[in-house]
Design a protein around this ligand. Structure first.
Ligand code: RM4
Ligand code: MN
Length: 393
């Protein structure tokens, strides 16, 4: 759809059929807060089983054909074999997430650490992640740095930016022609005074300096309360620097709740900017990923629910009458323009999505279909023994 098309039901369905949502391997594993991880029955014991769960989500929703890996949580001896396992189950391996926040060496930072030995170790891990991408066929390397300081004077803020830039440059130089680097920002936590990549502006500035293979990733939970995320989306899309989303919901800080659960209206406003920027099509190169933890709710149905939430927000965004909106904006009709958006937002898109699923040969109600499928009973029995996978915290 372009900006001037009035939405037709078929046009909306076509866009929804092409939509792709990536699920994260770690959401299938045990997770929790720093107070307690409550293990659940049937949780995967290894990356192979996480991928099987992701394939189940894709089978039921039809729009989640890739799964993101986290290294070393998903470390295996043979990544090509893991990729084949995914393909055999009808999915593919997606984004590779690096992890330079859990090794004891990283207490004072990874790529920004004052100690050159630690910086080298962290940068080498990022380079290893690119090797893994070569084996899995992944396009994207997602970088999130927990680096920062807790106390004024603890380290040189500006020198840490130099160290960060040097590491990013080295990794960027190692990327293949079809590979990208996605730089994620987060306001605070675990660092409480300065964070080395705290906001989209810092990520954007580093990505600009690096070149076209470096793009910003927006994790919806990584902002100060009240931040207008759709503005960031619009700005980065216009600049050609939006690479991906990590979707989740928050009430307070980085809560990692199910996307669309805390503020479905915000998700709609974000997806409206995506549709407005013609960035929903997979060819537009924006990766729509989930980055969530399901600490108290059953994981697979929660991930299905999240996929449906993204679809619902997208469907509503696609229903915005762009021509009517543009006309009202041009005329300075404040109330009229707002009404066009609200009409779309207030539409119940569930019947349309149920119809679409039936047309795609899917069950119109993927959560009910999951409950009926017997999958949970099977994994609960099969995975009763052994060590469940977790986030290693
Ligand atoms: C971080 C960040 C990363 C994710 C890890 C698990 O807060 O959001 O994207 O990989 O958590
Ligand atoms: Mn994230």
């Amino acid at each position: 759809m372009t900006q001037t098309d009035a939405p037709t039901e078929e046009g909306v369905k076509q866009a929804l059929r092409a939509q792709r949502i990536e699920t994260p391997s770690w959401a299938y594993a045990n997770s929790g807060t720093r107070f307690r991880v409550f293990p659940q029955e049937g949780v995967p014991r290894n990356p192979y089983e996480k991928i099987a769960d992701a394939a189940t989500v894709h089978r039921l929703t039809g729009v989640a054909p890739t799964v993101a890996l986290h290294i070393p949580w998903d470390q295996v001896d043979d990544y090509a074999a893991l990729a084949k396992h995914a393909t055999d189950l009808g999915v593919a391996l997606g984004t590779i997430n690096s992890n330079v926040f859990q090794d004891p060496d990283y207490m004072l930072g990874s790529v920004t650490n004052p100690d050159p030995r630690v910086r080298r170790k962290a940068t080498d891990h990022l380079l290893t992640c690119v090797d893994i991408m070569d084996a899995t066929g992944s396009r994207d390397l997602k970088l999130w740095f927990s680096d920062g300081t807790n106390y004024p004077g603890q380290d040189d803020i500006r020198a840490r930016q130099d160290r960060l830039a040097a590491a990013l440059r080295e990794v960027h130089g190692r990327l293949g022609p079809n590979q990208r680097m996605l730089l994620e920002y987060k306001l605070f936590e675990p660092a409480f005074y300065t964070t080395d990549v705290p906001d989209w502006g810092t990520a954007y500035a580093h990505c600009l300096e690096l070149g076209p293979k470096a793009q910003v990733v927006i994790d919806t939970g990584h902002h100060a309360p009240g931040t207008n995320i759709e503005f960031i989306v619009a700005f980065l899309l216009r600049a050609g620097k939006l690479g991906a989303f990590d979707f989740n919901s928050r009430f307070y800080a980085d809560d990692d709740l199910m996307v669309g659960s805390a503020d479905p209206f915000q998700l709609f406003r974000i997806m409206h900017e995506i549709v407005r920027g013609d960035a929903l099509r997979p060819e537009a190169g924006i990766a729509f990923m989930l980055d969530q933890c399901h600490n108290i709710e059953p994981k697979i149905p929660a991930i299905i629910r999240s996929v449906l939430n993204v679809q619902e927000a997208t469907a509503k965004a696609l229903l915005v009458d762009a021509a009517a909106l543009a006309a009202a904006q041009q005329a300075g009709d404040v109330l009229g323009a707002n009404a066009v958006l609200m009409d779309a937002y207030n539409t119940d898109v569930r019947p349309l999505l149920a119809e679409l699923r039936a047309e795609m040969g899917l069950d119109p109600d993927p959560i009910a279909a999951y409950a009926r499928s017997g999958y949970f009973e099977r994994i609960r029995a099969e995975r009763a023994d052994g060590q469940q996978a977790g986030w290693g915290a």
